[in-house]
Design a protein around this ligand. Structure first.
Ligand SMILES: [Zn+2]
Length: 97
């Protein structure tokens, strides 16, 4: 069983629970924050790159990885079993399953 910290109160929460038993906060928020940390926050950390990358928006670079399941709605322990279906870099498909 895996645990993550509740973003609200810091209680260790089982990733299979989906919510914090101490305060009721959804730990799914933590997963969404983790995704943002690897996308938008990473672009922002590169001094203005968030205007070019880090989110999906018209006019931004199309650097995208498409996986076979919804990473937010599925249990975090399933992430290791998720399959990459396609990778797009600068709008060009560089990997396709
Ligand atoms: Zn909590």
């Amino acid at each position: 069983m895996n645990f993550i910290r509740c973003p609200e109160c810091g209680t260790a929460v089982s990733t299979t629970e989906g919510w914090c038993p101490a305060c009721g906060e959804s730990v799914r928020t933590a997963i969404e924050e983790a995704i943002k940390a690897f996308t938008w926050y990473a672009a922002y950390a590169c001094y203005g790159e968030e205007n070019k990358r880090g989110s999906i928006k018209k006019g931004k670079l199309a650097d995208i990885t498409i996986i076979d399941r919804n990473i937010i709605k599925n249990p975090p322990e399933d992430i290791l079993n998720m399959d990459i279906l396609m990778t797009i870099v600068d709008g060009k498909i560089v990997f396709e399953k």
